[in-house]
Structure formats: structure tokens, C-alpha cells
Design a protein around this ligand. Structure first.
Ligand code: SF4
Ligand code: SF4
Length: 385
């Protein structure tokens, strides 16, 4: 997640809470572990959150004493499927319960963009939502992997972005990088965004899906060296293009950390996210970042607590399950002990670190993030002196 605030002082606590409004989706993306083909095939029930759960979450936040900021990341499935009236009710309740300036509140939505219309756009603008829109690149690539249940999902998301522009709402695009994206190439992805005047974008590797029946993660999606080559090529294209209006967040943050500055995103420069990032599910459970599939690897994706079992959100930090999670995250930093990029990178994304530990990594130099840091440093070092 890219929207969390870390504060190491005990008397001040910032949190990011990913709220899963629903596991429903109007798309069926090939790589999705929430509403994709694997999940549909298994016939798992789509859950939708009850308003009382959200109201209870706001109450437990309001009861906190040390909490200074909360970033709500409204998520799904597809969060807009909850409907505009439901969202309006959520915002009204948030203002009523948390609008007293004691806690700084930010709201963001990660959407597939297909359902955006003028009414949604007005609402998003009025409530100053930060917006992430998922789009994987060209029409051919996007429709191959982000399949609409009805119609052409690429046309739908392009129309949604056009409406956002008409309302002067800034947004960032987010692309999932699959084996097919790698085959299409970094240049094609970059050119697509620039050609369509999408100047702020980022990308994520496709994540493995946890198969609830087989109790295991889907096997290797693609060799990490292919992904690293793709990322490094994309960096070179962006760097050589040298246009300050084009932002690729991950690259900007890696460069900031190489220069010894802090990072705004969780994946770089923090190392531990158990203390800041939580996911709130429709069944009222609170768990770690949703990148950890729910049942993945023992405590890591499992329940920390249920909202009706705590008086205030800060009491999470004294729970046994929370401490186990924190310890597991700290222990997983051992692979980074001798890495030359440790002070900048600080262990990269926690979930990815678990993934590497589970594979056959022999040392830090085999870490994909290490290879990206090396590449970027070698590219920019002449300008650092
Ligand atoms: S698991 Fe990764 S994406 Fe999720 S909050 Fe932690 S660092 Fe961020
Ligand atoms: S081993 Fe990888 S994740 Fe760990 S600090 Fe080095 S580059 Fe970052």
C-alpha cells in the first residue's frame, strides 16, 4: 500500500486502514485472488460489508488516545460497487465521529475505473479522495488480463479517466506486471501512458494467489530476473525521457532513499509495516496488509482481532497475535543484515521479503530489490557528486 504514515514516537501513532467494502467485482482479472477466475471457480461467497461494521470501526478509532492520523484506503473487490448512497453514508458518519480535528483523516480509493460517472466524480472531488485507477497498459494487454464481466474493460476505464479529467480530479494509474506485460515490453507500457497523457503511474508485480482448497500459493509466476530486467528497462526509459511531469512513484522513492531521504511509500525505506498497516474485512476481522492472503503462512495473514472484541483501535498493539506478527516481520529482516542497501531500502515490502525467504535466495545480492537499487545507483551516480 502506498498511503501510510509511519511515526516512531510512542505518543503519536499513524495508521493506514485498508477497508474491504466488498469481495464483489465487475471484472474478473486473471491474477485476482479476491474475485478472479480461481475464486469464482471455487464458488466462494462474495462478502459485502455491513454499515454497522464501519460505524463500529469509526467508534474504535474515535476512542483512541494516541492516534494522530488515519489513512482510509477504500478497497474491494471493486469499492464503487458499494454504491454512491452507501459511500455518502460512510463519509457522513466519518465526519460526525472523526471530524473533530483530533485525528488527521485522509481517504483514498483504488478502483478499476469502470463505474466512474459524473456523480461519482463530484462526490470524490467534494471529499478530496486520492484516487488510484488500475490499468495494465494497451487495450490488447489490458483486456487480455483485466476481463470485464460485460463489455470492454479498457474502454470502460479510459472513459472513467476522461470523466476524472473533466472534473479536474488528479489520479494515479497502477499497472500489474504479468508475464504478458513483460512480453509486451517496458517501452510499450511507458509509451501507452505518455501517449494517453497519464503522467503519474506506478506498477506492481503480479502476486501469487493463495488457493484456499490446496492451502498453498500458486507456484512461481515468472522468474524474478525477467521482472528485474523489465523494471530496470522501464527505469532507463523514464530516466532518459527526462520529463519532470512524468512521475513513476517507485523510482522516485528509490532515488530519494539513495540520497538518504525518507520514503513516502510503504514498500521502500520502512522495513516493518505491521505497526501501521491493517486491513478491515467485511466479517469485522482486522488483519495485516491485504497483500498477505488471508490464510497465508501461519500468523502472517491471519486475524489479529475482531472489531467487536476491542474498545479502541490502539489496543491492537498489546494483543498476542499482533506481537507474533511483529516478531515474524522483524525476524524476516535477517536476509537484509549485510546488504549494502539496507539503510536506504530497509527491507523493501514486507510481504515480498517473506516470499524471497521462502524461495532459494542464497544472499542479499540475489534479492530483486538489490538488483534494482544497483541499477539505479549506477545510472545516477555520476550526477550525485
Ligand atoms: S506488505 Fe508490502 S505493500 Fe503491504 S503494507 Fe507492507 S510493505 Fe506495504
Ligand atoms: S536484501 Fe533486498 S530487501 Fe533487503 S535491504 Fe537489501 S535490497 Fe532491500
Amino acid at each position: 500500500m502506498q498511503l501510510y504514515q509511519e511515526n516512531s514516537k510512542v505518543k503519536e501513532v499513524g495508521m493506514a486502514i485498508i477497508v474491504k467494502l466488498s469481495n464483489n467485482c465487475n471484472l474478473s482479472c486473471v491474477y485476482c485472488g479476491v474475485a478472479g477466475p480461481l475464486v469464482r471457480e471455487r464458488g466462494l461467497n462474495a462478502e459485502t460489508i455491513d454499515f454497522n461494521q464501519i460505524s463500529s470501526l469509526f467508534d474504535k478509532i474515535a476512542n483512541s488516545e494516541k492516534l494522530t492520523s488515519v489513512d482510509f484506503i477504500w478497497h474491494g473487490g471493486e469499492p464503487l460497487l458499494s454504491g454512491l448512497p452507501f459511500f455518502k453514508k460512510i463519509m457522513a458518519s466519518q465526519k460526525e465521529k472523526l471530524g473533530n480535528d483530533k485525528i488527521t483523516i485522509k481517504n483514498s480509493i483504488q478502483t478499476n475505473g469502470a463505474l466512474i460517472n459524473d456523480e461519482w466524480a463530484k462526490f470524490m472531488k467534494e471529499n478530496a479522495f486520492q484516487l488510484g485507477v488500475s490499468i495494465d497498459g494497451s487495450e490488447e494487454l489490458h483486456n487480455q488480463q483485466r476481463k470485464a464481466v460485460v463489455g470492454n474493460s479498457h474502454a470502460q476505464v479510459m472513459r472513467g479517466m476522461e470523466i476524472l479529467r473533466r472534473h479536474a480530479i488528479p489520479f494515479g494509474a497502477l499497472a500489474v506486471v504479468t508475464k504478458d506485460s513483460i512480453n509486451f515490453g517496458a517501452k510499450e507500457l511507458f509509451d501507452f501512458f505518455v501517449r494517453n497523457e497519464i503522467y503519474t503511474f506506478d506498477f506492481l508485480p503480479q502476486e501469487p494467489i493463495f488457493d484456499e482448497n490446496d492451502k498453498q500459493l500458486t507456484p512461481n509466476i515468472y522468474p524474478s530476473d525477467e521482472y528485474v530486467a523489465f523494471v530496470n528497462e522501464l527505469f532507463d526509459i523514464w530516466y532518459n525521457y527526462d520529463d519532470p511531469k512524468i512521475h513513476i512513484l517507485l523510482f522516485e522513492e528509490i532515488m530519494r532513499t539513495i540520497l538518504g531521504r525518507g520514503s513516502k511509500i510503504c514498500q521502500i525505506g520502512h522495513g516493518i509495516c505491521a505497526n501501521t498497516t491493517f486491513t478491515f474485512y467485511p466479517d469485522g476481522t482486522i488483519r495485516p496488509c491485504d497483500k498477505f492472503p488471508r490464510a497465508f503462512g501461519g500468523v502472517n495473514g491471519e486475524i489479529i482481532t475482531k472489531i467487536n472484541e476491542i474498545d479502541n483501535i490502539e489496543s491492537i498493539f498489546s494483543l498476542k497475535n499482533y506481537k507474533k506478527l511483529l516478531l515474524a516481520q522483524i525476524t524476516s529482516l535477517s536476509m537484509c543484515e549485510n546488504c549494502k542497501w539496507r539503510d536506504s531500502c530497509k527491507g523493501a515490502c514486507t510481504f515480498d521479503r517473506y516470499m524471497y525467504n521462502r524461495s532459494t535466495l542464497q544472499n542479499d545480492k540475489e534479492c530483486p530489490t538489490y538488483k534494482v537499487y544497483e541499477h539505479i545507483y549506477n545510472k545516477i551516480k555520476n550526477q550525485l557528486c
